[in-house]
Design a protein around this ligand. Sequence first.
Ligand code: FDA
Length: 392
Amino acid sequence: MADYDVIIIGSGASGLMCAAEAGQRGRRVLLLDHARKPGNKIRMSGGGRCNFTNYTVEAENYLSHNPHFVKSALSRYTQWDFLALVQRYAIPYHERDHGQLFCDDSAKAILDMLLAECERGGVELRLKCAVDSVARGDDGFTLKTETGELSCQSLVIATGGLSIPTAGATPFGYRVAEQFGIRVWPPCAGLVPLTLQPEEKARFAPLSGIAVDAVISCDDQSFRENILFTHRGLSGPAILQISNYWQPGEALVINWLPDVVLEDELGTLKGEQPKQHLKTALARWLPQRLVATLVDRALLDSPLGSLGQAQIDAVVKSLQHFAIKPGGTEGYRTAEVTRGGVDCDAISSKSFEARAVPGLYFIGEVLDVTGWLGGYNLQWAWSSGWCAGQVV
Ligand code: FDA
């Protein structure tokens, strides 16, 4: 007989949820992690307050090469199910912009809740235990670990993505997938600040610290949120969101004045106050330092009455169709998630079992599923972990 019914590698968000559910079904569950503590990313999530879900969760909030894959799990274990659990543990929470739900106090409350649920299920948690290799036999799986050999009927890979290596991230899950012939879409950093090419970095460096509510677009995707200038490039929620859609070499287009029909406003002001300088006119909407960086200096010093249509068009282009080609991303060091991962076509969207490898499951961020900023990545971890927890 195998040592355990289920071994889950990775005691992060999805692994904890899966372990609690499987344990409470009466399965003998071992939850393994090489880190010293479970749930490191839960602890650091949402700036320490854990944006644990969102009031609105749709398939459209996720990126994957198989855009339908998330639908089943998200509808079977919803944001309302997780919220009910949070309420059962009387964890105080609040809503922020765009339906994002955060703990009032500390992300640790969410981690403690999941650990308590694991305890209810009799889950054995083994930390500081690295897995060297995984092999499949007639009767399940054998794991060689630092502390000896272990066997199980069902093996769940919940090792997450590559972001924040200091929090325990490794490519282990991708290697297991490849070992069993499962495709892995090339991983790259997601929800990540963008860096600028040297010339633009120097141009925007003096703006470091300024945040502007803007609309940013890449291909057909747009987000309206704050853009923050940093000494390395661009950050803030709008940049993190669009980074999920950006490919190296592509330009981003920014509308710094999403609520203003600038051409009409400048036309009206030109008639009413022809002597006013353009820079004074623009100062009613945007920080002067930003305007000075984006708009031609000679134009800024011109009276509105002297501006012809071509010049007004140039101002509108600079402020409402501003195109910029980032140099790259800040990479896994600061990324919140990893794009790409284990190919969802190879995995059942109901059970999370690998179609060609009975008994092997992949859940959470290790899969090719990336959520928007706003609690979507943790909801994916909860939903996928819960679904697998019902069947392993
Ligand atoms: P997760 O990364 O949680 O867990 C993986 C586990 O596997 C880790 O414990 C790791 O140590 C272990 N592991 C890895 N390799 C191993 C190996 N070889 N052997 C053994 N164990 C191994 N999302 C959100 O919805 N709201 C938010 O507020 C935030 N905030 C946030 C902040 C920051 C700074 C980051 C980095 C990320 C977020 N996220 C987030 C994203 C969210 O935290 C993330 O998507 C989930 O934690 C993913 O859950 P998983 O269970 O898939 O992996």
